[in-house]
Design a protein around this ligand. Structure first.
Ligand SMILES: C[S@@+](CC[C@H](N)C(=O)[O-])C[C@H]1O[C@@H](n2cnc3c(N)ncnc32)[C@H](O)[C@@H]1O
Length: 180
């Protein structure tokens, strides 16, 4: 194997390993659809200076759409898989989204104590771990939006599903602590 072949092999393997880890940990990369972004934009309200987190932001489709609507709020996206992370980072640079941060980090290890809104489009298998984390870190009034699947143990405050898109389920930070 030549040096170039070895480098290409190593790069491909790194991409594959990070993607596999993401799938195992919380969800594989599955970009949100345009009409799902519209649904989120219509349902989520943010004020100046508030912070919106997307845990597993993928290509940033949701994050950038809503960041455009609220230029005075702050948007933070975490993803652990290299391909979607690089894609989102490139989009951020090209689109000059100054109110967004895209970071290649494990979502389970990031502090969410200053979050006003947390958006989640992940597989149900990681919900028990997420609910524990939310119970420990979120402010009572923080809004948590789950796209796709509701939490089995907590009754959502509100549900929204227009036009055949995946439903959105809304919770408050305080609800996670009440469950403990
Ligand atoms: C269903 S996709 C989200 C798609 C995103 N809404 C979009 O529009 O592109 C879930 C994302 O979570 C990421 N992910 C999975 N486990 C993770 C972890 N432990 N830390 C950070 N990101 C993770 C995956 O890499 C994937 O990109």
């Amino acid at each position: 194997m030549t040096t170039v072949q070895f480098i290409v092999f190593a790069v491909i393997m790194t991409f594959l390993i990070s993607a596999s880890y993401a799938g195992y940990s919380a969800a594989p990369f599955w970009p949100s659809k345009k009409r799902e972004c519209q649904n989120v934009i219509k349902s989520v309200k943010l004020k100046e200076g508030q912070k919106f987190y997307e845990l597993g932001c993928g290509s940033g489709t949701i994050l950038f759409s809503i960041a455009k609507k609220y230029p005075e709020a702050m948007f933070i996206g975490y993803d652990i898989s290299i391909f979607p992370f690089l894609y989102a980072r490139t989009k951020k640079l090209l689109g000059r989204y100054t109110n967004t941060k895209i970071q290649m980090k494990n979502l389970f290890k990031q502090d969410l104590s200053d979050a006003d809104v947390v958006f989640v489009f992940l597989m149900e298998k990681c919900y028990p771990r997420l609910t524990q984390k939310f119970a420990q870190e979120l402010k009572d009034e923080s809004v948590v939006v789950f796209q796709g699947w509701a939490l089995p143990e907590i009754k959502y405050e509100k549900m929204n599903r227009p036009d055949d898109t995946l439903p959105l389920y809304f919770y408050r930070g305080a609800q996670f602590r009440e469950m403990l």
